[in-house]
Design a protein around this ligand. Structure first.
Ligand code: SAH
Length: 401
């Protein structure tokens, strides 16, 4: 169990660190040194902050100040290079964070191959978007320097331990929600993975997607603070970050007014209210009319669009009729659709549709002028793909489906 008197530096912003150092009788520039050490060098202990005098380091430690970098407890490496990390916090809770190397999102910033294809599509709608470019290495080779990982690696971050939203096709839902993550725990996942992969933004191109465990908009303040820290202190480009929400309508409205905000993705997943309520019980509270009104009112920036994610469940929401309803819902919106064939899991009572069904759905959207992309699963073999994040320990003990 964690020591409750510990004061973690990770998660604190410039203003908070400035007041911390002044409360210790130190000059304000010390705050800058702390920011640099914590977010850029990603040190693990106060003792490693070499810009501080030994005396000051001792003083900080004496006051119970620690870095708060979470611990990588386990790594699972997929055949496709995806790494699923189990990341632990001092209170014994843990989440999963996923590293996806290779052509996975680029400027489109939604962390998917579909994102990259969509980006090319936007630049040249005439081209065949299925012709993805060459793959890039998993991790910097020993002979490469920092900044030479020209890949478009993506980190998928969790925002809560478990999730309260209860989407019927998602494994994380089976956990329920245990607690919110702090801003430091959200940023800490990124810092831990960057350190482990030996990469560093902005020299290395890193995309972040808030699409792991949990609903970011139900942990709104910590999530938005983490996003600001990631941009301002860790150095991740704002346009390379995407947050996905199940559709917490009031927070979508708030989010449009944030000074720093990742791109927005909305998990649509159904084409009418009856179906959506069945698949995502939160649709009782915020139905499609409310959701689409918030999406239409959302203040998009130049070259920005809203991404709608649609998990295809065989025989449930993947009929041509559903695709036509989606066309109606999205008509006139600056958006694109990422289609995701269900990633299966124990206890999930739906089927993954055949590739032809997915393609047929995509064609209907495209013929109606809606850019639609099929998102290829990453790390399905290690339970790292969308909707498969559920702490390993519990996977191992989950009842057979
Ligand atoms: N709570 C947020 C982010 C986490 S889910 C949200 O709902 O958007 C990230 C994405 O994975 C969502 O689009 C969700 O619909 C999708 N997803 C969930 N379970 C899935 C599964 N079993 N197969 C494929 N995609 C899934």
């Amino acid at each position: 169990m964690g020591d409750r008197t510990q004061v973690a530096l990770l998660g604190r912003d410039r203003a908070e660190l400035t007041s911390l150092v002044s409360s210790l009788g130190e000059k304000p520039y010390r705050a800058k040194q702390l920011l640099e050490a914590v977010y850029r060098q990603r040190v693990e202990s106060v003792d490693e902050i070499s810009t501080l005098s030994r005396e000051l380091r001792q003083k900080l430690s004496g006051q119970g100040v620690s870095i708060g970098l979470p611990k990588i407890e386990q790594r699972f490496v997929s055949l496709d290079g995806t790494v699923r990390y189990l990341i632990g916090f001092p209170d014994g809770q843990s989440v999963e964070t996923v590293w996806m190397p290779e052509g996975d999102g680029g400027e489109a910033g939604d962390g998917s191959e579909a994102g990259e294809l969509a980006e090319r599509f936007a630049e040249d709608p005439g081209q065949n978007a299925e012709e993805a470019g060459p793959r890039v290495p998993l991790k910097r080779r020993p002979d490469q320097k920092q900044g030479q990982n020209q890949g478009r690696s993506t980190i998928c971050i969790s925002s809560q331990v478990g999730c309260a939203v209860d989407c019927q096709f998602c494994l994380t839902a089976l956990l329920g929600v245990k607690r919110n993550l702090t801003a430091g725990e959200i940023v800490g996942q990124v810092c831990a993975v960057l350190k482990d992969q030996d990469v560093s933004p902005p020299e290395d191109r890193i995309n972040l997607v808030f699409m792991g465990m949990g609903e970011p908009f139900l942990n709104y303040d910590n999530f938005t603070k983490a996003a600001r820290l990631l941009v301002e202190e860790v150095g991740v480009a704002e346009r390379r970050m995407t947050v996905s929400t199940a559709g917490i309508v009031p927070r979508i409205r708030d989010f449009g007014g944030e000074r720093i905000r990742p791109k927005l993705a909305i998990s649509l997943n159904a084409s009418n209210d009856a179906l959506r309520t069945q698949l995502m019980p939160l649709n009782h509270k915020w139905n499609l009319e409310m959701l689409m009104a918030a999406a239409r009112a959302y203040p998009l920036r130049t070259r920005e669009w809203i991404t709608f994610e649609y998990v295809l469940l065989g025989g449930v929401n993947d009929e041509p009729e559903n695709a036509k309803e989606v066309v109606q819902l999205l008509q006139g919106l600056r958006c694109k659709v990422n289609l995701i064939a269900l990633n299966p899991g124990p206890g999930i009572d739906f089927a993954t549709p055949q590739a032809e069904r997915v393609a047929a759905f995509q064609i209907i959207l495209r013929e109606a002028g809606i850019p639609a992309f099929v998102r290829h699963p990453r790390g399905r073999d290690i339970y790292a793909a969308c909707g498969q994040l559920k702490r390993t320990v519990e996977i191992a003990t989950a009842p057979a489906p």
